[in-house]
Ligand binder design. Structure first.
Ligand code: SF4
Ligand code: SF4
Ligand code: FES
Length: 237
């Protein structure tokens, strides 16, 4: 039976890679490899996953230097010479081994006012938003984000400027800016127009290249830059 040589990060912010030998199997995912290590070789290994089908976003890790969903990444597409290196996501504190603390990531969604703010009550008619309208198409482009953090871990600006809101929070804000039912845009645009907001993006595109959902936070951030500029010119923010 062929084997994989797998280096896995052990520890927290300080630690070291530990090497394991894992049987190579057909149709094996990187998450299968991590699970084999935890179940058969070292039960103290900490990692996180839930759905195994690309829906929950909790299994993201750094695999051979690049952030990915491990449950949807086949070993055959990433192993180089039968070797894998698996580390926690970048740009987030490491709790233990492959588990990062996502608190800052989700706090930034709140700072970008990434929650729906409506004015309707249950007595009002349902809002009807035309499926083909430009705003609806803009919102649809980003709505499938599952908050996995792959884009955030891939963004150099987050690494340089830990206060930067980051691609996922800004993509969420742009989705809501285009939601015809939302009433919180003035405050939202003010929130994302600051030094740590959309204007800090250097358009490196790593977020868009690596998002497993093919979302383009770069395009969303460009939209926010235009909307924030227009609101500033009108004196609204
Ligand atoms: S935009 Fe893509 S990569 Fe970023 S959190 Fe959402 S699903 Fe994950
Ligand atoms: S396009 Fe902007 S948000 Fe995306 S990775 Fe580059 S700098 Fe970060
Ligand atoms: S385990 Fe849910 S996305 Fe990978």
């Amino acid at each position: 039976m062929s084997t994989l040589q797998v280096r896995v990060w052990r520890g927290s912010e300080t630690g070291a890679f530990q090497e394991y030998e894992v049987p190579r199997l057909e149709s094996q995912t990187v998450l299968d490899v991590v699970t084999h290590i935890q179940r058969r070789l070292d039960p103290t290994l900490a990692y996180r996953y839930a759905c195994r089908v690309g829906m929950c976003g909790s299994c993201a890790m750094t695999v051979n230097g690049r952030a990915r969903w491990t449950c949807r990444t086949h070993v055959s597409s990433v192993a180089v010479g039968g070797r894998l290196e698996i580390a926690p996501l970048s740009n987030l504190p490491v709790i233990r081994d492959l588990v990062t603390d996502m608190t800052a990531f989700f706090d930034k969604w709140a700072k970008a006012r990434g929650r729906f703010e409506g004015a309707s009550t249950r007595k009002d008619e349902f809002a009807r938003v035309a499926p083909g309208s430009a705003e609806r198409r803009q919102a649809d482009a980003g709505i499938e984000c599952i908050g996995c953090g792959v884009c955030y871990a891939s963004c150099d600006v987050v690494a340089w400027n830990p206060g930067y809101l980051g691609p996922a929070a800004l993509n969420r804000a742009w989705t809501l800016v285009n939601d015809a039912r939302d009433t919180g845009n003035r405050a939202r645009l003010a929130a994302v127009a600051g030094d740590a907001g959309c204007h800090a993006c250097h358009t490196h595109m790593s977020c868009s290249e690596r998002c497993p959902k093919q979302i383009s936070p770069t395009a969303a951030i460009a939209g926010l830059k235009r909307a924030a500029m227009a609101a500033a010119l009108k004196g609204e923010i």
